[in-house]
Design a protein around this ligand. Structure first.
Ligand code: ZN
Length: 366
């Protein structure tokens, strides 16, 4: 409540009619309203909301960066020490989890050694808020015991995240060398660009389905995510990146790679039609299904429309509960689309790409 003060006990009561006679009725009180909650401070009852707002911990000088400085000053002035090793192990592990982060982007050195990596920089630095900071490695230099505990937490408690299929296929053998020292590779998160997903899940759409050798079976999902390759995999997250920048689109400037008169308009970014992210993501998931459905928990996240997220999360959940969903006719329909049908045009209320400067927010509700 105050800097340095960890707990404080106050008397609380429920008063349905502030100002009137204090009372509590189980029927009326079912609608929780903050106005009904009161606390007793210095012998006087007052509104809980009002009391919270008056507490010094809400003041600007006690929160954010300034708050940390104040706390450091307070620890420096009181002559006491905060010793990490005095904490019970389960609390120390919580500290390590915070310091290591939810996502580890492992890297492999040319010598074949895996490291915890440096986090994730969004390609072309387009959306800063989507970047992931690297783990706090200073913790590994504290002592041998802290280093061992924090390393174990990072490998076993964080998700192993991958931004590119090639690096994933390359790094996984190095991670497997950590077993049995660490129970690693139980939870994986993919955060590829949509074009990477098309290649990884071998999505049979034009123009790629017509190019011999475009899909590499050794680095594709069927091989990398198979039960043989990753027998301990329990959870898989499939994260979609923001479609805001048209250059993130899988069909961007395809005309220069795949010359075709139909794709002529793609030579100019501003004339290009808006590619529908919603349709693209649905196609990717349809092809992903076969190579991920053996994993006990699969979930989708990131820039994906709420309706699609619910659809695919429900499909995987139903399959876990024994109801198989046959989508072979959907796959045939996608495969039979011609080059003229590409790219999928956007008919969403808020268009899926931003083709001019100005405000743009991803519309999850479309
Ligand atoms: Zn769209």
């Amino acid at each position: 409540m105050y800097p340095g003060q960890h707990t404080r006990t106050v008397l609380i009561r429920w008063n349905e009619r502030p100002g009137g006679v204090p009372r509590y009725s189980i029927n009326l009180a079912k609608f929780v309203r903050p106005l009904h909650l009161q606390v007793k401070i210095d012998g006087q009852w007052m509104l809980f909301m009002q009391w919270i707002e008056e507490l010094p911990c809400q003041k600007k000088e006690f929160v954010g960066e300034l708050g940390y400085i104040r706390q450091q000053q307070w620890w420096a002035s009181n002559g006491q020490r905060f010793r990490l090793m005095d904490l019970p192990k389960e609390l120390r592990l919580c500290v390590y989890e915070q310091a290591m982060g939810t996502d580890i982007y492992p890297q492999l050195s040319p010598q074949g050694l895996v490291s915890l990596g440096k986090g994730y920089e969004y390609p072309w630095n387009y959306r800063r808020k989507d970047e992931v900071q690297g783990p706090n490695l200073a913790l590994l230099r504290v002592s041998k015991q802290v280093s061992e505990e924090a390393t174990k937490t990072a490998w076993e408690g964080s998700r192993m995240s991958f931004a590119q299929q090639n690096s994933m296929a390359f790094v996984i053998p190095g991670l497997k060398n950590l077993v049995p020292r660490f129970s690693v590779l139980t939870h994986i998160s993919l955060c590829f660009q949509t074009s990477e997903y098309i290649q990884f899940f071998e999505v049979q759409v034009q123009p790629w389905s017509g190019i011999p050798g475009y899909f590499n079976h050794n680095t594709s999902a069927r091989a990398v995510l198979s039960k043989t390759n990753l027998p301990n995999l329990k959870e898989l997250g499939i994260k979609f990146a923001s479609p805001e920048n048209p250059s993130n689109s899988p069909w961007f400037r395809s005309s220069s790679f795949f010359p075709n008169p139909l794709w002529g308009w793609y030579t100019s970014d501003t004339d290009a039609p808006v590619v529908c992210h919603k349709v693209t993501v649905d196609w990717i998931m349809a092809y992903a299904k076969a190579s991920v459905e053996h994993i006990p928990l699969v979930y989708v996240e990131g820039y994906i429309k709420t309706s699609l997220k619910e659809k695919w999360n429900a499909t995987f959940k139903a399959q876990r509960n024994g109801t198989y969903s046959d989508i072979s006719s959907d796959l045939l329909a996608i495969q039979s689309l011609t080059l003229e049908d590409m790219p999928p045009r956007c008919k969403c209320t808020t268009q899926c790409e931003r083709h001019s400067l100005g405000p743009w927010e991803f519309d999850f509700g479309d």
